[in-house]
Design a protein around this ligand. Sequence first.
Ligand code: FES
Ligand code: FES
Length: 167
Amino acid sequence: MQVTINVNGEDRTAEVEPRHLLVRFLRDDLGLTGTHWGCDTSNCGTCVVLYDGEPVKSCTMLAAMAAGHRVRTVESLETADGLDPVQQGFIEQHGLQCGFCTPGMMLTARALLDRDPDPTDQEIREAISGQLCRCTGYLNIVRAVRWAAHHPTEATVTAGASAGSTP
Ligand code: FES
Ligand code: FES
């Protein structure tokens, strides 16, 4: 079957099997490898993308279910103006080590800040509670999101140095 999904502001079409997962569509069909796949049990949350603005685990959704909807991946965070404040926050507050969980964490943070520009630490912790970080711990991730909340217009042009956009 053919599906068309608006990904990062652009309509993208591919021929897929009905059982094809959204995470596979993004990674394998579109080459957007910033969306990571870390488990087979829907537990880790490293595959989180924004679906019509809300964080979803892309390993739990079929590509066909996303047809006609808007999906945003980590590759969209950096723009011509520079890094998203969330990306800058992860750099400033050392919010990552291996970076595997980072794309999903940053997208959840972006959705949270779009909804609530000044969340409490507890609200940040609740927002990321469905996502696991295997190495950093959560303190610096919370600090990174708080930093972004306090620097909402911060944009640093660092072409090619996006936090968390690596395969
Ligand atoms: S890959 Fe682990 S929850 Fe999706
Ligand atoms: S930074 Fe390694 S899993 Fe989170």
